[in-house]
Design a protein around this ligand. Structure first.
Ligand SMILES: [Zn+2]
Length: 345
């Protein structure tokens, strides 16, 4: 089958479009003809071999996790799927045997693995995944939109819906509105919860798109002070919740924008992993910080339910043919997009 794989770490030029063996269907799995796969930062980190993701080659590794497509084969005993079914894939495989997994807290599984990083992924014509990681899609959801959902909506759902418990009468600050997680956070906060959304971004063009998506106020951080603007907007109180997926560059103003007793969720650190925390303000203002890494299988089930009902539509910036994966990686590194970059076939 055709696939995009790496045989060494490096820049986009190490992405090779060529032939790889088709995956076999193992016990409990479904085999899927991939129609769309979404780029994630994890793909770039895996390609570069940074952030603890250095691998030994051979064998080559097929990148990609988030994907959607059609079931072509089911292992004996797999229930709930048949060839021709449209599905979206949760790219995080948990062991389903450890104590957290058995307790329904599979986002805490210590033996979890990512498609396209630990094992071959979805930049390919076919992929085989555990049936527990496939979810039936309504005909109204395009493969591109479905592929854009898992890695952006899972941490957002984990934070805003399950743990931070954002309410309709509260206000959330969403950092970096243009990235996949930013767009998902605006949509979940507005269209699912009905909260007031303050978003940050870097240009008037991106600000207009964030407003169209549902942000009530957009702060352009290139010429406005995030903390000062949040104070003005909230009458000095600060926001109830923060959704942070960018880390070091914005932690200080975002943490300072949180009200006393507010909740801070962080699910990524694309601008840097280390920052300073004022412990006095943490305890005296009784703020809470939550780390979120993807979500549970139940979170994913709820997200797909929401997609299938048309409550939110994931934002797709651009699609590229699978063969042009290197160009898509270069576009992601240039951060000149709003929403998700998708490979199609
Ligand atoms: Zn487990």
């Amino acid at each position: 089958m055709k696939a995009v794989y790496i045989e060494a770490h490096g820049g986009p030029e190490v992405l090779t479009y060529g032939e790889r063996p088709e995956p076999e269907v193992q016990a409990g799995e479904v085999k899927i003809r991939v129609k769309a796969t979404a780029l994630n930062r994890l793909d770039l980190y895996t390609r570069e071999g940074g952030r603890g993701l250095e691998k030994e080659f051979p064998p080559p590794l097929i990148l990609g996790g988030d994907c959607a497509g059609e079931v072509v084969e089911c292992a004996d005993g797999v229930a709930g799927f048949k060839p021709g079914d449209r599905v979206v894939v949760n790219p995080r495989l948990s062991c389903m045997q450890c104590a957290p997994c058995l307790a329904g807290q599979d986002d805490l599984c210590r033996r979890s693995r990512f498609l396209g990083s630990a094992i071959d992924g979805s930049y390919a014509e076919f992929i085989s995944v555990p049936a527990a990681n496939a979810h039936l899609l309504a005909d109204s959801v395009s493969f591109e939109q479905a592929a854009a959902a898992p890695t952006t909506y899972l941490p957002v759902w984990n934070m805003l819906v399950r743990r931070l418990q954002l309410k309709a009468w509260q206000t959330v600050l969403v950092l970096s509105a243009s990235a996949g997680v930013g767009t998902a956070a605006i949509q979940v906060a507005k269209d699912v919860i009905g909260a007031t959304v303050i978003a940050t971004t870097s240009s008037p063009e991106k600000a207009a798109k964030a407003t169209a998506l549902g942000a009530d106020v957009v702060i352009n951080y290139t010429d406005e002070d995030i903390r000062e603007r949040v104070r003005e907007i909230t009458g000095g109180a600060g926001v109830d919740c923060v959704v942070d997926h960018v880390g070091a560059d914005f932690f200080a103003p975002a943490f300072a924008s949180l009200r006393t007793g507010g909740r801070y969720g962080i699910c990524g650190a694309t601008t840097g992993l280390r920052t300073e925390l004022h412990l006095g303000l943490l305890f005296s203002q009784q703020k809470e910080i939550y780390g979120a890494f993807m979500g549970t299988k139940e979170d994913m089930r709820e997200i797909v339910e929401m997609l299938n009902r048309g409550i939110v539509k994931p934002v797709v910036d651009r699609t590229f043919p699978l063969a042009e994966a290197a160009a898509a990686h270069a576009a992601m590194e240039a951060t000149s997009f709003f929403g998700k970059l998708i490979l199609t076939q």
